[in-house]
Design a protein. Structure first.
Length: 152
């Protein structure tokens, strides 16, 4: 059985799909993901970043990355902040279901680093503030899952 929580990224290639919407937050998530991947030993030249217009668009970008056969994992980063309408729920649900489908169909780890917050302040807290950086968490999960799948 694979070692629990293995974060050795040596030899891994990782793609990061990032939503441009709420870019002040998603750039912070991206910085956290890059830092985590570097700490795990994933070479900077082994990390590719692809931008999507919004969180709803992440699944199609993740699908192309996963289907390319170039990556051991795809980290997906976005930020959906609640507004005055129910729009945020549809965007978040579309991203969630779409990314799950990509992972299962491609058999490539696709991690969910999409913030779904009530306020901008909560998003700041979760992108390098008082609640850590969820981009970092998504990158660590990607490395762990890639290692698990390599041993199964």
């Amino acid at each position: 059985m694979p070692e629990r929580g293995r974060h050795d990224g040596a030899g891994l290639r990782v793609a990061v799909a990032v939503s441009r919407f709420n870019e002040q937050i998603t750039r912070r998530l991206l910085a956290g993901a890059r830092d985590a991947l570097r700490r795990c030993g994933v070479g900077e030249d082994a990390v590719d970043v692809a931008w999507a217009p919004g969180a709803f668009d992440l699944p199609i970008v993740a699908q192309a990355l996963a289907a390319s056969g170039r990556y051991h994992a795809v980290v997906c980063l976005g930020c959906v902040i609640r507004g005055e309408t129910a729009h945020d729920r549809y965007v978040a649900l579309g991203a969630t279901v779409g990314l799950n489908r990509v992972a299962l169909d491609a058999r490539v780890p696709v991690t969910f680093g999409v913030l779904t917050t009530e306020t901008l302040a909560q998003a700041v807290d979760r992108s390098g503030g008082s609640h850590g950086n969820k981009g970092e968490d998504a990158a660590l999960a990607a490395v762990e899952l890639a290692n698990t799948l390599r041993t199964l």
